[in-house]
Design a protein around this ligand. Sequence first.
Ligand code: GLN
Length: 210
Amino acid sequence: GVLIGVIAVQGNVSEHVGAIERAAAATGHDVNVVEIRESGVVPDCDALALPGGESTTISRLLRLEGIDDEIRAHADAGKPILATCAGLIVASRDARDDRVDTLDLIDVSVDRNAFGRQVDSFEAGLDVSGLDDPFHAVFIRAPVVDEVGAGVETLATWEDHPVAVRDGPVVATAFHPELTDDYRIHRLALFDRLDDDAGGNTDTEAETDA
Ligand code: GLN
């Protein structure tokens, strides 16, 4: 089986646990989910979820508990992470807010409450790269991704803003995939990636010399 950690210092923790369990059941994975509030657990995990909530609080607690460096090491090792909303802010390169000590896992910069300044929350059907049918996305005081590095793949946009991105092992969304029954983002970010890693030959690079 696999061990998936949900960073649980603050935020939408139980919803992620539920989504991971649904995705595991649907894909036939034997999974244990652990809620992480202190250091020493992340190194045992095969994959992580970094939930939404309040990014300044999450950032402060990750640092206080010494979990921040463990998450960086997890990503450096190429292990999957799904970061949502405040999790995206924390995982970014720059949140333009001194109170958020970003982890620099994804080469994007974000404006923390940009959507939220206009409208507190909204929902939208999104075409997401890798999913066959639109994903019903719930946005709550969502961040806007305003700079995207060259190595970052945009998986979905809303009104020309990237709202789902992938940078190597990390998938991040400005919305909350854990708040609906639809576990496809969790499957994509966590289980598809774990399966790929187990299978070995994932990337279908174009053959240069065929
Ligand atoms: N804008 C919030 C923050 O800065 C995130 C909102 C959310 O996770 N729903 O933390």
